[in-house]
Design a protein around this ligand. Structure first.
Ligand code: MF3
Ligand code: CO
Length: 252
């Protein structure tokens, strides 16, 4: 079942999504060569808690192997879910930072890929095309469209630029929980999947690889890396489906 949000619930999702946007803007100001990923995680957690919210990813996944941090910090060939630790950002890296908040019981989910110092033209292009692909997907999040219209538009744009779309992980509904129906793949066939309705809230999150779309999971059980070790980029917004225009909720 896909939730349709209105009134007070929607205001609360808006607030949470705005807070996660503010958090990433703050984190962006601290992204530079020499900074440890654990430091970024610490200041993100403090920022979220000082705004009366809870880091949504911390402890996610239950008792077997709960996610241990506030941020996912994924460097270069890491696609998503990189665990912050003693690694330092270095000049030329690209770093995907994904963050989730719970504020008054409602979730916001947002990610961007940042450039660390001087980045090669080819990596800059990967990041810019991935960012644009998210905008192209968001344009499809309007009432009456099918959910796979989003992924179809993203995939066409990405592949026409010579990159590939990760298949193993997808976007999702978001609101009362971090992951709600429907799954929102970043690939697929136009005109298929659930019909969208105004008031649905989707986390759209293309993961784009420079080389093959194939990925694998590291031994930590979380970090997803490209199978060919080439770089990958990720952007994500929490988006409200509208009657004739989608609205990005994860903005400050
Ligand atoms: N944005 C990601 C997602 O929607 C981040 C999840 S990290 C996790 O899956 F730890 F919470 F899984
Ligand atoms: Co997400």
């Amino acid at each position: 079942m896909i939730n349709v949000y209105t009134g007070e619930e929607l205001s609360l999702i808006r607030e949470s999504a705005r807070l996660v946007a503010k958090t990433l803007i703050f984190i962006e100001s601290q992204v530079k060569p020499g900074v440890s990923t654990l430091f970024l995680d610490k200041i993100a957690e403090d920022f979220i808690r000082s705004n009366n919210a809870i880091p949504a990813f911390l402890g996610y996944g239950g008792s077997r192997n709960p996610y241990p941090a506030t941020l996912c910090v994924s460097i270069n060939e890491e696609v998503v879910h990189g665990i912050p630790g003693g690694r330092y950002l270095k000049d030329g890296d690209i770093v995907g930072i994904d963050c989730g908040t719970i504020l008054n019981g409602f979730y916001g989910d947002h990610a961007k890929t940042f450039l660390v110092g001087n980045v090669s033209e080819s990596c800059k292009k990967l990041v810019e095309i991935t960012r644009q692909s998210l905008d192209i997907g968001i344009e499809q999040a309007i009432e009456g469209n099918h959910v796979n219209d989003i992924g179809s538009a993203i995939q066409a744009f990405i592949e026409s630029n010579g990159y590939s779309i990760v298949r193993d992980l997808v976007g999702h509904g978001v609101g009362r929980k971090l992951h709600e129906d429907p799954p929102v793949p970043n690939y697929g066939k136009k005109g298929t999947g659930a019909v969208l309705q105004a008031g649905m809230v989707l986390a759209i999150e293309p993961m784009v690889n420079m080389g093959s779309w194939r990925v694998k999971v590291l031994r930590d059980g979380w970090t997803i890396v490209t199978a060919d070790k080439k770089n990958s980029a990720h952007f994500e917004h929490t988006v409200l489906v509208g009657k004739d225009k989608a609205e990005i909720l994860s903005q400050a």
